[in-house]
Design a protein around this ligand. Sequence first.
Ligand SMILES: Cc1cc2nc3c(=O)[nH]c(=O)nc-3n(C[C@H](O)[C@H](O)[C@H](O)COP(=O)(O)OP(=O)(O)OC[C@H]3O[C@@H](n4cnc5c(N)ncnc54)[C@H](O)[C@@H]3O)c2cc1C
Length: 527
Amino acid sequence: MRKSCIHAAYVQTGKSGLAGASMLHAALFTHEQNTGYTMAMNTPNVQKQPINDEPYDVAIIGCGVSGANIARRLAMYRIRVAILEKAADVSFGTSKANSGIVHGGFHHNKKYLKARLELRGNLMFDQLRRELDFPFKRCGIVVAAMHEDEMKSVEQLYTQGVDNGARDIELCSRERLLELEPKLTNDVVGGLYAPGGGIVEPYRFVFALLESAVKNGVQLYTTYKVAAARYEAAFWRISADDGREVRARYAINAAGLFADEVSRIFGGEEFSIKARKGEYFLMDKLSKARPERVIFPAPTPVSKGILVIPTVEGTVLVGPTADDTESKTDYATSTERLEQVLDSGKKMVPSLSRNDVITNFAGLRPFLENDFYIEPSKKTPALVQVAGIQSPGLTASPAIGEYVKDLLKGMGLDLTEKSDFDPLIGERKRAREISPFELDALIAKDPAWGTIVCRCEKVSEAEIIEAIHIGHTTLDGVKYFTRAQMGRCQGGFCAYKIIKIIMRETGLSWHDITKHGGESRLLEAEL
Ligand SMILES: Cc1cc2nc3c(=O)[nH]c(=O)nc-3n(C[C@H](O)[C@H](O)[C@H](O)COP(=O)(O)OP(=O)(O)OC[C@H]3O[C@@H](n4cnc5c(N)ncnc54)[C@H](O)[C@@H]3O)c2cc1C
């Protein structure tokens, strides 16, 4: 196996007893292979790493953006923290499929916890970006009214934003709005501008948070589906469905759509998380309709509406819908709803074209009443509920980490700061972002930089190898880490090459290669 800069991350973590090449893999992801399920996504030559018998202070269930922020926050203190994630990789739940907006602090009334955490979370992004080097841009948000009567709801948003303390929020004339966002239709009558709003690549945000948490001692267990828990002698014994067990003094339920199930497992409060589906179109980087700022329509009483979003990596997202759905695993899209998405988007940005569509997808919001539910359980000891993290959960997530840390302190957890906490993670080179001279220098050191595997997104073999060595051993994991398969061809030309690289670097057979773990096998025979 090749060396990668992740090796440095491992050396500083320095906790595992694994040997040689396996160390790289274990740097961020702790896998076990006692079931066919885990075999399907993990590296066979990683020696089985037993769960450390020493109990943890805190076990976080779920590694979406909430769990990752909580983990990274807790990594600043002299405590032992574990994250238990049921999927093959992190950020494979709601945190992978959303609008990627860092909201501007005007959509929600500050009587709600979600609004207060949104405001605080928004302000925390700049420092996190400096420390963790994930794609984030404060591009600003506009809300566009298409009729005079819509200006009423825009004015209400403005008043709410001012009252919330949203930064430099502005009520705009038609001319001002068109100056701020020339891609808007001439039919616009006025609107609102929130310069503090922004865009972020959500999975890269989670990966970076996790890398930092692990670098500072947090232990991640993937394919760990929490199935049972019992409180005994001041510790939670938290069992996975494959029999593994972790002990911890405190447990955090950050299980997203399944937080109701996890609460039940711990004997906590009874509540029911509903899924609300949001469908999107994704448009090519070459789309002439790409706006400079996030564009919202005037809101309706039930939804923020269909948006046109310039993603931080240069594509355009149009959506999402908002439909309650019975299933928590149904990510299907429908032609009918997608037609509505395109029609609504075109009302604001007429140059949006069906020809630029490269894919469509859906995300599921975990919906519980109208607010986040972040509290110590009143029913069961030493459990913090982090449930109902609907929008603006991504924006609020850094503040959720801080809030949960304070709750734990209030519950008696001794939080002494680490003197050696390192807030930084290494810079990651991307072939598409560097100059030809810099690329030449990298190729001279490692020829894998000279092989472009994904032509659409200009992703080199070296970047794919790095992703795999970190632990992203599924096709989706590699995709979210590198952007390979995210361009116009959606993996049509590069997926098989990536599969071959995964097989070569991990020793997995064709049979074990999956899209996102579990039963999502890709091949019927050897490539
Ligand atoms: C369509 C849509 C658009 C959105 N747009 C935005 C936006 O633009 N801006 C914004 O701020 N917010 C937005 N959001 C909201 C945001 O995406 C969520 O609030 C956030 O991702 C929730 O993160 P989470 O970590 O709480 O949940 P998740 O990301 O779902 O993470 C929960 C994790 O728990 C794991 N898990 C579940 N059960 C178990 C178990 N038994 N054992 C172990 N692990 C388990 C899951 O596998 C998952 O990884 C949007 C949401 C949707 C759906």
